[in-house]
Design a protein around this ligand. Structure first.
Ligand SMILES: Nc1nc2c(ncn2[C@@H]2O[C@H](COP(=O)(O)OP(=O)(O)OP(=O)(O)O)[C@@H](O)[C@H]2O)c(=O)[nH]1
Length: 167
């Protein structure tokens, strides 16, 4: 995991393994120290195609719910071990840990995703959301910060004078 100067970090867990969410906090959060101070965090629960959805109060059938989750109706599904609320709680915890103001950062609902790398479910949404947030941030930084690039062409060479010892 390489974070130096990162404008955004994607922390990914498996919605079917609670331990993978816990490890994001225990093992990986510390590795984001070298990211930018105002770095964005996206929490991504992957393998949602394998997860059985919990039945909503309205009584939605499992097949309907799994289709929404980007999966097929064939039932080789396992009960999911991580709920979206768990990921959102971790997101808020990360903001606290990073001493980022919750009011100034994108809301947890926007930065927590459930994806399937297999079906492509929500993968575009994840990257589009990050680009929409990161690109204006970088553009703003460029206008605010003085340029670190030295324009060699505009540097004048000092005139030599006859009085100099090496002239
Ligand atoms: N069904 C399904 N399988 C996936 C998905 N993403 C990855 N996999 C499969 O999970 C296995 C591990 O994928 P990796 O990309 O190696 O991920 P990893 O984090 O190194 O390993 P794991 O912790 O086992 O997920 C591979 O067999 C992938 O094909 C997904 O969204 N849905």
């Amino acid at each position: 995991m390489y974070c130096r100067g990162a404008a955004a970090v994607i922390l990914t867990y498996d919605v079917n393994h609670r331990q993978s969410l816990l490890e994001l906090e225990d093992r990986f959060l510390g590795l984001t120290e070298t990211a930018n101070n105002d770095c964005l965090f996206a929490i991504v629960g992957n393998k949602v195609d394998l997860a059985m959805e919990r039945a909503p109060e309205g009584g939605e059938k499992e097949g309907e719910a799994s289709a929404k989750a980007g999966g097929s109706c064939v039932s080789s599904k396992v009960p999911r071990q991580v709920q979206p609320e768990d990921a959102m709680a971790l997101y808020k915890k990360i903001l606290k840990y990073k001493m980022l103001d919750e009011g100034e950062m994108p809301a947890a609902e926007r930065m927590c995703f459930e994806t399937s790398a297999k079906t492509g479910h929500n993968v575009d949404l994840l990257f589009e959301t990050l680009f929409d947030l990161v690109v204006p941030m970088i553009a703003r930084q460029k206008t605010e910060e003085p340029s670190q690039i030295v324009d060699i062409a505009s540097c004048k060479t000092p005139k030599r004078t006859r009085s100099g010892c090496c002239a």
